[in-house]
Unconditional design. Structure first.
Length: 134
């Protein structure tokens, strides 16, 4: 059985983008925490900072996965964004033993999936080939 040129294993398409997106989301959350600690942001802005950091990480992961994928780029990007969202949710549930607010989780998930769609859409657009001058 021959492998087609466009077929890539799941880990080759998703591993790097999901790790980069997760690292970007966690770094953004760390920067937001440092801004609050330094007094540059108030305590009321913590949810907005956390959601924006999550959305940036998800958008980046979806963009990179859509760029790397051989076919169905939009779905690969959405999958990478959903994987980053799932990783962040699992990390937050495992680290914090406080009860979760389901409506807030739903709003965060909706914002992250929208960012995933935007990143996948941007990443799925084909690059135009550059014309060479002779």
């Amino acid at each position: 059985m021959k492998k087609t040129e466009g077929a890539m294993p799941l880990d080759r398409v998703l591993a790097f983008p999901v790790l980069v997106g997760l690292a970007a989301a966690l770094l953004g959350m760390l920067l937001g925490a440092c801004a609050v600690k330094a007094g540059r942001a108030d305590m009321g802005s913590i949810p907005a900072l956390a959601v924006s950091a999550l959305c940036v990480g998800v958008l980046l992961a979806a963009f990179l996965a859509a760029r790397r994928a051989p076919g169905n780029r939009l779905f690969w990007g959405l999958g990478a964004g959903a994987a980053v969202l799932l990783c962040v949710v699992l990390l937050s549930i495992s680290w914090f033993s406080e009860p979760a607010d389901l409506p807030q989780i739903a709003v965060n998930a909706a914002a992250a999936l929208f960012a995933s769609f935007i990143g996948a859409f941007i990443g799925s657009r084909r690059r135009k080939k550059k014309k060479r001058r002779r």
